[in-house]
Design a protein around this ligand. Sequence first.
Ligand code: PMP
Length: 440
Amino acid sequence: MDTNSFREEDFSSVPAAERALIERRQRLLGGAYRLFYRKPVHLVRGRGQYLWDAEGHRYLDVYNNVASIGHSHPHVIEAVTRQMSSLNTHTRYMHETILDYSERIMATMPSPVDRAMYMCTGSEANDLAVRVARLYTGGRGIIVTREAYHGTSELTSGLSPALGSGQRLSPEARTVAAPDPYRHGAEDLGHRFALELQAQIDDLRRAGVGFAAFLADSIFSSDGVLPNEPGMLREAIDLVHANGGIFIADEVQPGFARTGESFWGFQRHGLVPDLVTTGKPMGNGIPVSGLFGRNEVLQAFSDQVPYFNTFGGNPVAMAAAQAVLDVIEDEDLQRHAQEVGCRFLEALRGVAREHPDVVGDVRGAGLFVGFELVRDAESRQPDKSLALDLIEELRNRFVLTSVAGPFGNVLKLRPPLPFSAEDVMWVADALDESLTALGH
Ligand code: PMP
């Protein structure tokens, strides 16, 4: 998560106005914060898929999964303003909005999912999901992928190897490599992935830790964006169940229509999760997240532990979440993500053909694309330094994105869903020019 961070040695090349802001941050904010880019960007306004900096330059946002239906969407602003003007309170009083939303969102999920709980962040959703999984199964062991990110709490940061070696992994966690057809070969990948999962479940058992859950983002975004063939994960999830564990689908990244083929990432693989967690795109900027599951799975937790989250599921958050669903439907964003996503993949594959030595792989589902950079096509050795130079070049062409994956060499291209055919060309041209400028 630290890969594309501003570093002290870049300070001298930053313009004076930004330098003053950086110094002010350093004086006022905790040192753990990181800025993107060698030349950090100071944004003042957003609309749709575009952002403007303090000098009035327009940027194309190809990274933001928070403003998933577009920055400053008027329908969300209106819904939030209306609700905020009449009432905002918490879930210990009755209110219809949370119930209306629950009915609507659970109608998008497999029918066994019949209960909803709400919180404010993806971290809180995953934190609660793990606590629920442990009480339901009686086990404590959690398996995640090798470059997973699941949150910032004590519990979820211990399940987030993407935080780097400074963050200790929980002793009750095990990792598996995310299934990567480019690096591991496509043949039998689902089966090989299931076997690896079984080996880690066995390893937990040998250490005296019962297996509770496999917690995964089905598009493996921090692992380098690995959508895989639809259905690929089915064998692994059957195996999770056969071992008495549950599958927690972390939908913070692929959920809310982004993959185009389906509304949820797990649906692309034909899976029925035991628990679903959501976050960022759910409120398009308003902090709201959710945990969804079968009543039976939630029961042990519900019986033993009261749950109250002061801001979780408040009427304003629920109004924002409702408005997001309205827009996805009214603007037909799932179909749009699929159609423009196909064009995007095609255009980027065109760029790859122009630069075949360094673009190893282009893959994606809907508006979620990974663009992998290598030292040469034959060895497939990851080229992190090229990826980092490339995102700076793109930034200078007003295209914002970042990198992902265990080697930090995959561009994670994940624009707000209104991303258009012209935007596709903007990114493709900027990539082509940038790679050429970098000598490729
Ligand atoms: N899960 C995944 C897959 C994520 O990408 C993130 C955030 N990047 C989280 C959980 C945590 O969400 P939040 O930052 O809202 O706590």
